[in-house]
Design a protein around this ligand. Structure first.
Ligand code: AMP
Length: 480
């Protein structure tokens, strides 16, 4: 078994704002709304056009920032970043946004996504004398910008970006510019919003998802396009497209699991897509049962669609405790399914003697699902069917979703029947890839589905079995 710290991941949230006197406070709120995209560390860098200040910490947004810390972050511009919680060790040196002072001045950067050629770029840069402070792929971007022979920052950034391969949604800030970038395939989302400042003038906001705009009452303008670099200065936003044209390959798993259901990304409302996945799942895989039970929160939207299409009632057979911390002290007398039980409690009075369809969005390792099924049986259900609103995850994500390697993905080496036997369900069915794509048609070709079919739109310079350079980088990161 590979160690957990060998998994490939860098799911994060980015945020940026230009032209608002409360830039840091609004960034704090934006990061708060985007907490689901990363819980390991958070940071804000703010500027008043002269001074630049950075506050970064480990943990959740609300725990890191208090009034005192926010009051240090003066100015009309800010960027913020949430980093995803991962297995293994992590350190403050890897927390973002990064802030450097180079020959062209101050530059801050927040990155969401994974670069697939980072290890090679890093080695080349180190051979030329670059000294790295962190062990993240993101720092490579700063070194490339610093070394570019282009004169002004804007062109140096565009030049540097053309060396990158993989997934990168970025927010960057110089002393006076806010810059947002989506890689040519647009793997990760980035949206643009507008909010009036204290003088009634427009301030511009960039965020991973629209739920961040909603909280600060910014108006959704549009999505930043795959391959677009949006530059905001005192005259407002303007765009350049620094990359050769590419086919968009937006991450389908953002729709399935990662994004918040109340966000609008990739041209759709996430909740509508998830509900539609449930409808399609019910059409493909009906089952004779008494009720639909969503796995909260990941299966809620899907179960709504499944129940509507199947005509079965949907009941809260599992109730979630929303205040679960990361670690628990387990009593010495081991409690069955403890890890899941602290989070989910089955409702015996509803489940007893019932035939239930448990609906969730995905199965990764199968460990949580196994415990959920057992818990529901223990609570008295007589039949437990499971329906999953995505195809089996057979291949790891190299573009920024936190997923384990092949060896740990239950569907990479087991058939659906084998998984059913492992989970001890009466039946198990997944949504087909065709059915999934129907729900995002007519833009089917614009999505990356590599986790379901192993077709990687950007060739990866490593495979998990080959002890890649990338892995060395990652492993040292977690041990840092
Ligand atoms: P398991 O049965 O252990 O594979 O866990 C399945 C649960 O993990 C489902 O409820 C999914 O919503 C959830 N899940 C899917 N992708 C991820 C991810 N990248 N990180 C954490 N949980 C996930």
């Amino acid at each position: 078994m590979p160690m957990a710290d060998e998994s490939v991941h860098e799911s994060c949230a980015v945020f940026g704002i230009h032209g608002h006197d409360e830039a840091a406070n609004l960034t704090y709120l934006g990061l708060y709304a985007l907490q689901h995209r990363g819980q390991e560390s958070s940071g804000i860098v703010a500027s008043d056009g002269e001074r630049v200040h950075s506050e970064i910490g480990m943990g959740h947004v609300a725990d890191i920032f208090d009034e005192e810390r926010l009051s240090k972050l003066g100015g009309h511009m800010a960027i913020g970043h949430n980093r995803y919680s991962t297995a293994g060790q992590s350190g403050i040196t890897n927390a973002q946004p990064f802030l450097i002072d180079h020959s062209r001045g101050i530059l801050a950067l927040g990155h969401n996504g994974n670069l697939v050629n980072a290890a090679r770029l890093r080695r080349e840069l180190e051979e030329k004398g670059s000294i790295f402070r962190s062990t993240t792929d993101s720092e490579v971007i700063l070194h490339l910008i610093a070394r570019s022979s282009e004169e002004d920052t804007e062109h140096a950034i565009a030049d540097a970006l053309n060396h990158l391969e993989g997934a990168f949604t970025l927010t960057m800030m110089t002393r006076d510019l806010l810059i947002g970038v989506r890689d040519p395939h647009g793997f990760r989302p980035l949206v643009l919003g507008k909010i009036a400042n204290n003088r009634g003038e427009p301030a511009w906001v960039m965020a991973s998802e629209t739920c961040a705009l909603d909280l600060i009452e910014a108006e959704f303008e549009r999505e930043i396009l795959p391959g677009e670099m949006l530059i905001v200065d005192e005259n407002g936003p303007r765009s350049i497209f620094p990359f050769p044209p590419s086919q968009p390959k937006q991450c389908i798993f953002e729709f399935i699991y990662f994004a918040r259901p109340d966000s609008h990304i990739f041209g759709d409302d996430v909740y509508s897509v998830r509900r539609e996945l449930g409808v399609q799942l019910a059409r493909e895989n009906p089952v004779d049962a008494d009720m639909v039970i969503p796995v909260p929160d990941s299966g809620l939207a899907v179960a709504t669609g499944y129940a509507a299409e199947s005509g079965l009632p949907m009941e809260m057979g599992l109730v979630r405790n929303h205040y679960v911390g990361r670690t628990f002290i387990e009593p010495q007398n081991a409690i069955r399914n403890f890890g899941v039980k602290v989070k989910l409690n089955p409702m015996r009075s509803f489940l007893e003697g019932k035939r239930v369809v448990v609906v969730d969005d995905s199965i990764v390792r199968g460990t949580t699902s196994l415990k959920i099924v057992d818990m529901i049986r223990q609570a008295g259900a007589i039949k437990v069917h499971m329906r999953i609103s995505s195809p089996p995850i057979t291949s790891p994500c190299y573009y920024g979703i936190d997923m384990p390697t092949h060896d740990e993905l239950i569907a990479s080496s087991n058939s659906i029947e084998e998984i059913r036997a492992h989970l001890l369900t009466d039946s198990l069915a997944y949504l087909s890839l065709e059915g999934l794509m129907k729900c995002v048609a007519p833009r089917e070709g614009d999505f990356c589905t590599s986790c379901f079919n192993g077709i990687y739109p950007v060739p990866v310079e490593f495979k998990d079995a080959q002890l890649p350079l990338f892995r060395e980088l990652r492993t040292s990161e977690h041990r840092a």
